[in-house]
Design a protein around this ligand. Structure first.
Ligand SMILES: [Zn+2]
Length: 78
């Protein structure tokens, strides 16, 4: 398992997500951004919009995914 924070994934806080793969932590971050914005956290709105845009334009967002996967791969195992 590895840990990536909201901030490492482009968000504004230090909440930690744990997962076996980069996809796990990206999915957890997506859920976290949705929950935060739904509960009225304006700080997470920008990251949420960026994430939504990525789902909508997957081809233009490949660079971001590649960066996140590389960052995840470079992390030490917990
Ligand atoms: Zn956060």
């Amino acid at each position: 398992m590895k840990t990536m924070t909201c901030r490492q994934l482009g968000g504004p806080c230090d909440l930690a997500h744990r997962g076996e793969t980069a996809d796990d932590v990206i999915t957890a971050q997506d859920r976290h951004l949705k929950d935060a914005v739904r509960s009225g956290d304006a700080d997470h709105q920008e990251a949420r919009d960026a994430m939504k845009g990525r789902w909508r334009h997957p081809k233009q967002s490949l660079g971001w995914y590649r960066d996140m996967k590389q960052a995840f791969a470079d992390l030490p195992e917990d």
